[in-house]
Write a protein that binds this ligand. Structure first.
Ligand code: NDP
Length: 282
């Protein structure tokens, strides 16, 4: 296998899934159901603006109505809770997403919890995360859902494999660990207090890296023939790079995702898929 063939063509995977999704959206529209996503942004982060722009672009391309709410720094928890409440009660809205992070004075847990379980397009309410925990998935968090689709598309098998996750956030690390556990992987979760990280990463058949540290994973830290999923998005000297030094691990790994052009693409598509899934569950 050449190094080029080892880089997973996520764009192609996404384009194929888009076709399936478009036909589902057409079917809904024929029934006078017009899928609509509302996104709430309460931060001043440039990165969030670019993620949100991307979400709008993909939604519009697929024919999903997209509306965003950019809130100012003086916004209160109450203001956001009221906004979410009105979106929860608006029958024309099918999905609500709160773009993270939030301004420091806001209470993320309380705000996310306010989203109706039935409009929780990112699968981050306690109820929906709890369902993932008992393998009774309602709606899956977008990034982990996308990661599983990438692994499946390259024919990765799960049972008995050692999956190592670097990072334990509620939106990536913990849910992907649970999904892989549900698929009968043996799962190790690493974090900033893990000692001798390479001891674990070197034993990973499937390595998922979501730490937000540019190029932290290098050739000497990965297992021969492993599949490596790079979730990290880091801006370094005006360039976007991942948590994995892709060039260096290519000589050892079987498959690697690149950044940009990797997991981020499936995250956005999973979001669009989740809106349609929520409508279909109604
Ligand atoms: P968080 O900052 O919430 O979590 C980072 C995690 O990495 C924490 O659990 C932290 O440990 C762990 N960590 C930090 N340093 C180390 C270290 N030296 N060794 C091992 N673990 C470490 O990040 P997110 O999960 O939200 O995001 C992670 C990365 O993925 C970011 O770059 C983000 O931009 C990107 N991202 C990409 C998405 C995509 O679609 N491609 C979607 C979401 C995020 P501890 O818990 O101990 O602090």
């Amino acid at each position: 296998m050449t190094n080029e063939e080892k880089i997973i063509d996520v764009k192609k995977i996404v384009e194929e899934r888009k076709e399936t999704l478009k036909s589902k959206i057409d079917t809904l529209k024929a029934k006078n159901i017009f899928p609509k996503l509302c996104v709430i942004v309460a931060n001043n982060e440039e990165a969030s603006r670019s993620y949100v722009k991307n979400k709008r672009k993909v939604c519009e391309e697929l024919g999903i109505i997209y509306e965003d709410y950019f809130l100012k720094e003086n916004v209160t928890n109450d203001d956001i809770l009221k906004l979410i409440s009105s979106l929860n009660n608006d029958n024309s809205v099918h999905g609500i997403l709160v773009q993270l992070p939030l301004f420091k004075h806001l209470n993320e847990n309380v705000i996310l919890e306010k989203i109706s379980e039935k409009k929780d397009v990112d699968g981050l309410t306690i109820n929906n995360l709890g369902k993932l925990f008992i393998s009774n998935n309602y709606i899956l968090p977008c990034t982990p859902k996308g990661i599983i689709s990438i692994l499946e598309s390259v024919g990765e098998t799960f049972e008995g494999k050692h999956a190592v996750i670097v990072g334990r956030s509620n939106i990536v690390g913990k849910p992907i660990a649970q999904l892989l556990l549900n698929k009968n992987c043996t799962v190790t979760i690493c974090h900033s207090k893990t000692k001798q990280l390479e001891k674990y990463t070197k034993d990973a058949d499937i390595l998922v890296v979501a730490a937000g540290i540019p190029h932290m994973i290098t050739r000497d830290m990965v297992k021969e023939n492993s599949t490596i999923i790079d979730v990290g998005i880091n801006r370094v000297n005006g360039k976007i790079i991942g948590d994995v030094d892709t060039e260096s691990v290519l000589s050892v790994a079987k498959f690697v995702t690149k950044v940009p052009g990797g997991v981020g693409l499936t995250t956005v598509l999973s979001l669009a898929e989740n809106i349609i899934e929520l409508i279909e569950k109604e």
